[in-house]
Design a protein around this ligand. Sequence first.
Ligand SMILES: Nc1ncnc2c1ncn2[C@@H]1O[C@H](COP(=O)(O)OP(=O)(O)OP(=O)(O)O)[C@@H](O)[C@H]1O
Length: 531
Amino acid sequence: MFQDTLLADLAVELPSAVRLQRLVVTLREYFRCGAVCLLQLKGEALTPVAVDGLVHEALGRRFVIAQHPRLAAILASRRTVSFPPDSTLPDPYDGLIEQHPGEPLHVHDCMGISLHEAGETWGVLTLDALCPGVFDRQAEDDLQRFTLLVEAAVRMTRLEQDIRGLRLVRHDSETPRRRHDDGEILGQSMLIRRLLEELDVVADSELPVLLSGETGVGKELFARRLHQQSPRAAAPLVHVNCAALPESLAESELFGHVKGAFSGADTARPGRFEAAHGGTLFLDEIGELPLAIQAKLLRALQNGEIQRLGEDTPRRVDVRIIAATNRHLQDGVRDGHFRADLYHRLSVYPVPIPPLRKRGSDVLVLAGHFLELNRARLGLRSLRLSAQAEATLCAYEWPGNVRELEHVISRAAIKALSRGAARHEIITLEAELLDLAQAPLLNDASSQGLSQRLSQERSQEPTQERSGQDNAAPEQHRMSLQESVTQAQRQAIALALEANRGNWAAAARHLNVDPSNLHKLARRLGVKGAV
Ligand SMILES: Nc1ncnc2c1ncn2[C@@H]1O[C@H](COP(=O)(O)OP(=O)(O)OP(=O)(O)O)[C@@H](O)[C@H]1O
């Protein structure tokens, strides 16, 4: 039955994320265990690519092998590696099991196996059972046998990706480009997946790209990705922050100068355009560029030539431009701060980057990433979010986007330590540590409710995002502190009930509250009977 399902899946065309997700769900059913995780080796770390039975934010974690001896042991062997219930090696999923979030994985069975593809180590598959004795000799042998099918599914997804890569470079004889992973863009939402696909197509062209979006949405990260996926990847990517260029120095910074061009110009110096020759020039905060420099930039773009300050002969440069802005450049054009001709030249391919509040549960995936970074940086055993903290993160408006989330998690981790949390215990960040209670939250209509959003995304059904309504500006209103707390409480309860299939006692355990208090609170909030 199990092999039949896997073999049937191998025969049909499926998006890779769906293929691998179905694989882990099928494995979890077969082995009747608490969690299954498929992790891909990327550099020094293992990246979860499909999980079943772990909390959602686990997808954003990156497990550095040197910090996780169980994963290192699995990687080092070609056979099933089992860890007995009394193993003293720390478990990478401590506190991340969906059925018992925040609880240490004390007595449990764990096994895993390394996976190989095209003669190289591809990653690992791990299985955790919450009771000891589930993984017997037979289970170990089964896992060993099934590895061939798992590796075949992995190979299918690799082939599908390669075919996509070949389509992108079909006009020349290059082999598919190597994907770099520094500055990985995290996110599972349809909005981000579609955006990345679009970026990979436009990366291949020579078109100038204008990235726009609120502060902290990741414009620099997207610019780097565009460059890395472009035929210019081996040449430099030169970053210029236009807001930090004083008008008096902007021209020589961009175009260079000859010796003696101005007082202090003791030697000739090439500018950023020449430094980016053959590669990409990333003009960040382009809206801040002084008008006088805009005219010179326009000439450089029109003619493909620049002139060093103090030099008569122009120099040819071969540079692709990516510009970024967190303002509406058209407003600048309207009020005379930005040249219309330059705007049209830069915005040949405009790419709006969605704010974090429109990316559904990506906020949890990103939170997982920042939790793991802080866990490693602070030398902690495990760092995770309480259910209420998750709900609070999902309900918050994020005016500072991903950068703000990064800071919120780092601050909360340090606060937890300063309040006496022990490094060797599982540290659960509660909602109040996130310091968001007084900040604006999305209202119910636009945040949809966390549990509804999570289940929409999991079921792969058309979401609001896909239906295109995401472009409408979310309706927001300022909530009082009391309203914000009430909303976060409602969402936490709904989430806990969903995670525990409507079982109130289990939901109370999940939320770490007394069951009778949970009933009372739910009645007061009007949740009881409504969910
Ligand atoms: N999807 C993402 N995955 C992982 N990290 C992200 C993502 N988006 C943003 N970040 C991180 O968030 C931080 C802010 O991103 P970045 O500096 O690229 O934003 P920005 O849009 O350029 O902001 P600004 O307009 O203020 O310059 C960085 O640390 C970046 O690595």
